[in-house]
Design a protein around this ligand. Structure first.
Ligand code: T1G
Length: 659
């Protein structure tokens, strides 16, 4: 029978007396208004056809339904709403079966839950990631999911937003079966259900959960909420499903969804969602073909180099690690193998994959082996002569079409490129340690980096599952330059009267996992000290300069690793140190500064402003391409709480809010 069209994105065809409805709304079959309208049209059509015994709903492409159309949030609602469509499905007079061909997320899962049966392909996965957008499910998920899988399991899925593969979905009772030919199985299920009383999910009793399981699931979700509102609301709504009528539960859920959807927290998380998809997109590269990168050379297999090696290996690349001696090469291989072993022990990597990675790894003292590499990344000591000499040697080893990437944090990649025979093939790849875990990588476009070189390393970074942010050349690139501005502002406030622990406490209350002085102590004060000494000769004499950190370093207080820094660690815990307080007071006295107190609000406001001002300068200088990139760097590299959106989002939101 020919296909029927119910809307621009919903078609149907009748197979074996069943109307098969296909949602085709690329790229992820989001439930836009025309999807909702098409579904209702299809249901009305099937209801009127006596020869149709039931309906199957499935998705075109590799996604079943990726959720509500987030781009519609904040716009005037268009009928029918998703709850109305869900209600139509659940109360339908004929069996409706979901054939999950791919990801069923958010509203996609809610559509499946409202169906009278669910069949998944082996690519079918289910999730309710709404909390990751600062909201809760808004079309029955918190009330129907516990009716199928119980309160504790529903709290876990909805509170964490995690996705479960088809095998776990069936174990939970979320799907009836997982089939290679999921469509055929769905058609059969419709026939099995036809003429029988339909299992309407909303009418099911919530299975009794062990209170201990519910408590454990709730505690786990709330322990990870870190200041966010949605997870706690999700837990509350799911728990309520056990003792309120469906109608009341749905009303409470919808009101909560609308309230959270309109919150700044959700706007911030949606901003981050779209920012992540914008990152690494460079207009001028749209028609540039990236070079093939399969074999990756990594010079220096210390902590950073080993992390990069693991990221490349677990993404399927062959890796050639290079060290100066056979002994160092042996240690480097052991370090890489150790990281892979830890991932296996943590359950993040299968042992077979670990073995397969090791089979693709060579670590050698013979740099000549880099002749086979498509890309060589240097992760050696951050010293200009060392790096330029290395790149000059590599010029004589690697192929003419090989790319050379420097992982430098603070040196000028243009200086490194200028020292080589082919500067156009040099680019910066600033990974964040540990490079096998941290998603962020700053991709530094040097002055003469060729477009296809930039496109190639962007594609490489994405293949590694990284979050690449393109930046221009400036000291500290985006993240460290903003971090320096943020650190300066914090030290100004310490010199003016704030205590380091007060500043850290204010930042942690705002949502940072650690305050800046604790981070500083963890990273080591000597790194910034060396840089300040290097810059001393060219420092603007009129610019305010705080000497407290220099005084700390001069007394050997380099941070956690030396047992003392801004804090004292001799007890094993981080503690305010009277000696540091005395040192700060002496610096204030020498500058005739009368110390004053600071409120946590003022501390946070000044630090956020310092970050946003430096971000604005980076945009004005063309170092950063877009403000959302800056937010991603601060969130993924420096602990800025994602549910606040990033320093640029905060500044732009406050500017919009000002009358
Ligand atoms: N709405 C609108 N656009 C979306 C979208 C969505 N739900 N999901 C993805 N996109 C866009 C995305 O911006 C990008 O656009 C393109 O699709 C490809 O995305 C009622 C209220 C489905 C796993 O949170 O997790 O349902 O950059 O690069 O890697 O209770 O997209 O091409 O212009 O991520 O293949 C709940 C969000 C919504 C799922 C596919 N659903 N999406 O990953 O592609 S709230 C979600 C994803 C909700 C209900 C509540 C992923 C994906 P562009 P992509 P992908």
């Amino acid at each position: 029978m020919s296909a029927m069209r119910f809307s621009e994105s919903v078609t149907g065809t009748i197979l074996d007396g069943v109307l098969v409805v296909t949602i085709d709304n690329p790229p992820v079959n989001a439930i836009s208004a025309h999807v909702r309208q098409g579904l209702v049209e299809a249901l009305d059509h099937a209801a009127a056809l006596g020869m149709v015994v039931g309906v199957v709903i499935t998705g075109a492409g590799r996604t079943f339904v990726g959720g509500a159309d987030i781009k519609e949030f904040g716009k005037p609602p268009v009928e029918p709403t998703l709850p109305e469509v869900i209600e139509r499905i659940e109360s339908y007079g004929k069996p409706v079966v979901a054939a999950a061909n791919g990801a069923a997320l958010g509203g996609g899962s809610e559509i499946a839950l409202a169906c009278h049966g669910r069949v998944a392909s082996d690519k079918g996965n289910f999730g309710m990631p709404e909390v990751k957008l600062g909201i809760v499910p808004g079309a029955g998920g918190t009330q129907r999911l516990p009716r199928l899988i119980g309160i504790a399991a529903a709290i876990d899925l909805i509170g964490s937003g995690r996705t479960v593969k088809a095998t776990e979905a069936i174990a939970l009772g979320l799907v009836d079966s997982v089939e290679s030919d999921h469509l055929d199985a769905a058609l059969s299920l419709v026939h099995d259900l036809a003429g029988e009383p339909l299992r309407r999910t909303g009418m099911l009793e919530v299975p009794v959960s062990e209170p201990a399981d519910v408590d454990a699931a709730s505690k786990k979700v709330l322990s990870r909420a870190r200041g966010q509102t949605a997870p706690a609301e999700a837990v509350r709504l799911v728990k309520a499903a056990a003792h309120v009528e469906l109608k009341q539960g749905l009303a409470d859920e919808r009101a909560t969804f609308v309230r959270l959807r309109d919150s700044v927290e959700s706007a911030a998380l949606r901003h981050v969602f779209f920012a992540e998809r914008l990152a690494g997109k460079v207009e001028k590269l749209d028609n540039v073909t990236p070079r093939k990168i399969e074999i990756v050379g990594i010079v220096g297999t210390g902590l950073m180099g080993a992390g990069i090696a693991v990221a490349a290996l677990t993404s399927g690349h062959r890796v050639i690690g290079v060290e100066q001696t056979a002994e160092a090469a042996k240690k480097g291989r052991e370090r890489i193998a150790g990281i892979l072993d830890k991932s296996v022990q943590a359950g993040r990597l299968a042992a077979t994959v670990r073995d397969e990675c090791l089979a693709r790894l060579a670590v050698t003292a013979d740099a000549g082996e880099l002749a086979a590499a498509d890309l060589v990344i240097e992760a050696v000591f951050d010293d200009l002569p060392v790096k330029t000499e290395l790149f000059q040697r590599l010029d004589g080893i690697v192929r003419s079409d090989a790319i050379l990437a420097t992982n430098t944090s603070y040196l000028n990649p243009d200086d490194i490129a200028a020292a080589t025979a082919h500067p156009e093939r040099v680019v910066g790849l600033h990974f964040f340690s540990p490079a096998n875990i941290m998603r962020l990588v700053e991709v530094v476009a040097c002055k003469v980096t060729a477009p296809d070189v930039l496109a190639s390393v962007l594609a490489f970074a994405k293949k590694l599952g990284k979050l690449p942010v393109v930046c221009g050349v400036t000291e500290g690139f985006i993240g460290n330059r903003i971090f320096s501005a943020y650190r300066r502002e914090a030290e100004f406030m310490v010199e003016d009267g704030a205590a380091p622990h007060e500043i850290d406490a204010a930042l942690e209350a705002y949502g940072f996992p650690m305050g800046i002085f604790a981070v500083y102590d963890m990273a080591g004060l000597e790194i910034a000290w060396a840089r300040r000494k290097r810059q001393a000769a060219t420092r603007d004499p009129k610019a305010r300069y705080v000497e407290i950190a220099d005084r700390l370093c001069e007394t050997g207080r380099f941070g956690r690793k030396s047992g003392r820094g801004w804090y004292d660690y001799s007890s094993g815990e981080r503690a305010a140190d009277p000696e540091v307080t005395a040192l700060i007071e002496a610096v204030r006295a020498a500058k005739n500064i009368e110390p004053r107190s600071f409120t946590p609000e003022e501390i946070v406001e000044r630090l956020l402003k310092a970050m946003a001002d430096e971000g604005a300068a980076l945009l004005a200088e063309g170092i950063a391409a877009r403000s959302s990139d800056i937010d991603l760097v601060m969130i993924n590299g420096y602990g800025f709480p994602a549910h606040k959106g990033g320093p640029m989002f905060v500044a732009e939101t406050q500017k919009d809010a000002k009358p």
